[in-house]
Design a protein around this ligand. Sequence first.
Ligand SMILES: *Cc1c(COP(=O)(O)O)cnc(C)c1O
Length: 230
Amino acid sequence: MVGENYNKILKKIEESCKRAGRDPKEVTLIAVSKTKPVPMLEQAYNAGARDFGENKVQEIRDKYPVLPEDIKWHMIGHLQTNKVKYIVDKVCLIHSVDSYHLAEEISKQAVKKGCEVDILIEVNMAEEESKFGLFKEEVIDLIKEVALLKNIHIKGLMTIAPYVTDPEDNRKYFKAIKDLSIDIDKKNIDNVSMSVLSMGMTGDYEVAVEEGATLVRVGTGIFGERNYQI
Ligand SMILES: *Cc1c(COP(=O)(O)O)cnc(C)c1O
């Protein structure tokens, strides 16, 4: 079931790319496996998934050693500074950087471990109070400061769009963050690339791909509903 879902979503992404005149190779599907047990991740892996997303440090620490080494782990959830040290050398990308304080700690731990860390800046495009992430007006100042830190590289932007029943309602936010990334790119800041745009989840990834997503984060659509009681 997991494998079938994974392939079905790949196909939908391909179709969205076609509609938007994009090359499907530009888009990577991240299997968001939070709360899901290792055998389910193995099913996705066997279907071809190599990028997995988790939102808790503890879950990455548990799953990392028991799954194949060629998996790329994405930290997509809010990250506390005191936990950075546990994952900084295990993840390929941290999607959720929204403060200088956090970036500074990532840099410090990366220097200590002798690794380089790629990050995205999380933007709260809809300015929802319940969400982490910067308002768009704050993004450029943070980027300029973080760009100066050692062993940390800004690769683009990430957003979590509002929960909506009609994905079309989120198109404006996807368009706006794409525009923001183009504006930032034009500034040619050293150590800053805007090649990655992480947006789109189960409910709205097709619209996100049409608007320029390079990473989509799909959980429920691949693994089914999450049960937080477990
Ligand atoms: C859980 C989660 C997702 C996946 O959500 P689904 O709606 O299950 O696809 C994507 N991004 C982030 C940051 C998440 O925490």
